[in-house]
Design a protein around this ligand. Sequence first.
Ligand code: GLA
Length: 325
Amino acid sequence: MKRLFEVYKDYFTIGAAVSGRTIETHKDLILEHFNSLTAENEMKPFSLQPKENVFDFSKAEKMVKVSKENNKLLRGHTLMWHNGNPDWIFSENGEPLSRDTAINRMKKHINNVLDYYDGIAYGWDVVNEVIGDNDQPPLRQTPWLKAIGEDYLEIAYKTAREHKSGIKLYCNDYNECDPIKRGRICDLIKSLNSKEKLVDGFGMQGHYNIYHPNMDMVRESIEAYAALDIEIQVTELDVSIFRFEDDTKYETPPQELLDKQADYYGELFKIYREYKKYITSVILWGVADDATWLSNFPFRGRKNWPLLFDDNHQPKSAFSKIINF
Ligand code: GLA
């Protein structure tokens, strides 16, 4: 069988999100078809600094080892986020954080993590999901923003940039094809890059479904981000067979929906190939349908089939569409 990442070697790298479990249970597929790994949860703040000043890198060690031994890239995800934090991080003796403490904690986390992964991770999402949804203010009202103020973003990127010069710094978000949110994301990146280039690239998460976003929205969005003179990555791609608010349950996925999904993946990758000048990596948020967060989101226990390989780790028609072009 052709290997996905080899077929795409003249376009962009092909990544997969892996967990401490799937790096074993899905190892064959990971090694065969992907040349970049992202930790699903193992490099988030709650994993890496469970207690103040106690850094624990053990949960991600298996994937680091697999990536080193098999010559796979490793993409860091994520230094700062409003979710995925240890309990201690946003309080100080039971009180909300002061600006100084918040800045110190942020810098300490960033510097320690970048030191540990020096020469291991080629780049990091410095911040994840910092833009507000359309009914919210443009910047998400996170505990970091509340404690530090709007310059927390600039401080985070500068800290990372000054601490390690050789790595790529990304900004990552969802609903990135929505015109309002896209405008907000572009404004933020423009302002962060106005004095010096702090943001090297934008991560389009790519949590899509077979109806939305349509290909025009995807194309317009890629063009909008490319116009910022930064690289683009697709960082968390999966294609649900349900509309977001649809809570239908199936035992097995209807063929008609799998066919739609295959077409959707096919069209998406056609666009990605067209924009290979800007896109440096496309990363699937998982490997096979037996292990996907979408079987518990947005409805707990509602099984979904959003990936390229089926529950038995066999290639789906979506896989054929993107590998045969
Ligand atoms: C967001 C985060 C990811 C992951 C997914 C759900 O997109 O960026 O790290 O938590 O949600 O799995």
